[in-house]
Design a protein around this ligand. Sequence first.
Ligand code: KIV
Ligand code: ZN
Length: 555
Amino acid sequence: MRNSEKYSRGYYMPPVKCMKWAEKEYVDHAPAWCSVDLRDGNQALIIPMSLDEKLEFFNKLVEVGFKEIEIGFPAASETEYEFCRTLIEKNLIPDDVTIQVLTQSREHIIKKTFEAIEGAKNAVVHLYNSTSVAQREQVFKKSKEEIIEIATTGAKLCNEYKKNAKGNIIFEYSPESFTGTEPEFARDICNAVIDIWKPTPDNKVIINLPVTVEMSMPHVYASQIEYMCGVLHDRENLVISLHPHNDRGCAVADCEMGLLAGADRIEGTCFGNGERTGNADIVTIAMNMYTHGIDPKLDFSDMPSLVELYERVTRMRVYERTPYSGALVFAAFSGSHQDAIAKGMRYREEKDCDKWTCPYLPIDPHDVGREYEGDVIRINSQSGKGGIGYILEQQYGYDLPPKMREDFGYAVKSVSDHMHKELMPNEVYDIFCKQYLNIEKRVKVIESHYVQQPNGVITAYVTAKLDGSDKAQTHTADGNGRLDAVSNALKKMLGISYTIVTYQEHATERASTSEAVSYVAVERNGKVYWGAGRHSDIINSSIKALVSAINKALE
Ligand code: KIV
Ligand code: ZN
């Protein structure tokens, strides 16, 4: 990058050191949340939402638990005006929800804004004007006094219009482009407005300090907030609100540090939609709080349905790696991560843990409506025995011996590698069946009978077909157990030698039937071959596992 000298740091540190917030460790209570999805979010869309889409989104925001929702800029467009009127006239606003409407500080706009909210039980009238050095010099070409005059004229008009309004009207003032404004000037203009609105404990005023364009690191913003909290008139009757945009990718951090610095309220959007790089993502801020053990007072337990609605009505997309909501945020493809997760989940079960500590999963996927199955352990060529074995165990009930997991892991990785794609659980199971389960390609045992000798030795009579022949042959052999006796009979029949090195079995229950699953490894000419068998009878299942392993050895 050659032109960095073209840029200067266009933000303002407060005139006094304001770093008390840095001594706090975490946000210890939920702020008041205000969704601006239907205003700031909507005005940033390629195709703004229709009235029906806005209504659907509004209802969802209410369902999630938002008590304050900025529904638009009613004086700026017919659709926004109509939306506001529809909500009020059709009685669609719950009594405990306050709608918020944005207005510039101009008389005809303020007048129309009050007309728009006529009949609303609770409404915030949000007045703003730009205060930054750049806007004052380049856009408005006005002095500081003239900029204050715009704000105070608007504030007085709001007082006038409020006199005739019937509902409960709260005022909000935003020195727009606050972070590009000298802190002392931001203080003066906000105080001038506060002095006109005269907040009381029952009629607080919201002072919203927007990061209209994000210019600084989050600690600078936090210092600005701490400064403002200390210098504004009547602080106890104010609600200090944050409204960061995400130009430097730090809007969430701005909010979190701003809360540490004393703010009471956050304006933002779901998934961070909004002008340019977006507004602060309220889902992330709230869920960050949740994962620190603090109830955010918003309910994202059905995240998939919120994502679905959001994507449909905004025509935007939730990026796969968006914290808490992205399609891949719980997915582990890497073998070592899968292994740790599988062990962590088992540990949880065994120890009956009440705190969530599972490695590589910062949050329990169930808390946001996601599943362990399908969302967490995902299989591709990066995956390992832990995850692959976990899928087989959790979804299909096969608990493979550790060495067999390893063998199977290589088989699955190799398929994924060659196909160059992710494998779904049913494909993983398919590979298992084809590679190991009840294999009868060259040897097929038709039946076996046993006689126990007085010395405890078992004699097996084994009838089998070889190499696809229709002719069955029967061989007899002794052994110190049934499997051993069958194995000795098969060795005779096939004229080969091998050693059984592992035998393991367990019961498995699928639907209403309980079956036995067995795993056998045979070693032949220095190589180990695995087989698995499944049958309602445990002896038959072990013979099937042995026969599968022999078939693999003969391949
Ligand atoms: O980003 C901003 O500054 C705004 C104001 C209108 C609050 O959206
Ligand atoms: Zn904004």
